[in-house]
Design a protein around this ligand. Sequence first.
Ligand SMILES: [Mn+2]
Length: 386
Amino acid sequence: MIKIFHTADLHLDSPFASLPPSLSEERRAELRRTYIDMMKYAARENVDLVLIPGDLFDSAYVNRDTAALLCEGFRQVGCPVVICPGNHDPYTPDSIYATGTFPSNVYVFSDETPSYFDFPELGVRVWGAAFVRKLMENTPIVKVPKLPEDRINILCQHGDTRNLLSKKCPINPRDIAYRGFTYAALGHIHLPADPEVIDNTTVAYSGCPVGRSFDEPGWCGALLVTVDDGRRVSWERVRFSDKRYMVERLDVTGAASYTEVASRILELISERSYGKETSLRVVLEGEVSPQLRLPLTNIVKMCQDAVAFLELKDRTLPIFDTSYLENDMTLRGAVYRELAPRLHEGSQHERSVAAEALRAALAAIDDRVIFADAVTEVGENEGVTK
Ligand SMILES: [Mn+2]
């Protein structure tokens, strides 16, 4: 039986550019701590092999202290550590992989053509193909020959099984199974589904060990994998994040005041038992009166102590009880009638923009202040690639 610890996509030394410098340094320190926690765990569990299929670092440039810490962790874990550089940390001549001095138990793939490391004492051969630049358009796996059955063949690869047109090493899991791998340790997808079993092959993404933003919500971790003497694979997820991001949608239809919205947010926080371990984004939705102002900064102040961090997005539509506007003969009614088709039938983006326009117009007509923080940001996270 062999025990494997599989982690990927740690993105050490991420810039966290959206945060103020002190907070971003705190986050980087958390990532480093998570790495150390993982190596301690792997040592405690007496694993035979650590597999890191890519994006261990966020970029090719690595802080000297981070590199020292990394070496220390690898030394402590003792067993062989196999790294396959990914699209964020490709094996380039000036990368840490080429220039750093890792302990002798660390094995790093350096070629775009598949190659392998043999571990005869474990009866294991580990295959992989390194990213040597940010893209890998072809599928190196198809160049792997049909594998001999006298040992456990493992793939350690950064790549994308979701999209065969991906420019980040597209992989068809069936190709992995066809070649006869027992286990494929993959990296690249940060929030993966459970491992997939095809014939005698288990194809698994570990996901990222800790979420770095609202794009990566929930508890994260790594995989502890066992291959028994009959080459049956079992796995368990081990949580390594002690903080998490969560995103909630809250329907505030009919809310009469912003304090009512604040108490609905507090109710939601208490219902879900969120506390200081959770950074929370609440997307406010539903239909509210066009008169209702949602000063997000004030609402955040009223609720933020309940969680680690609170962010609000206003996606409400100011069309609750608009019967009076439909027949209003002043400029207010004219603006409403002009925007009504988009408010009611447009795409989500059109509805949000029209809602914002209606709010701004009504505020301007009443000579009220227009709050800049109510500006909608539809789809800002769509199409994010990791
Ligand atoms: Mn990644």
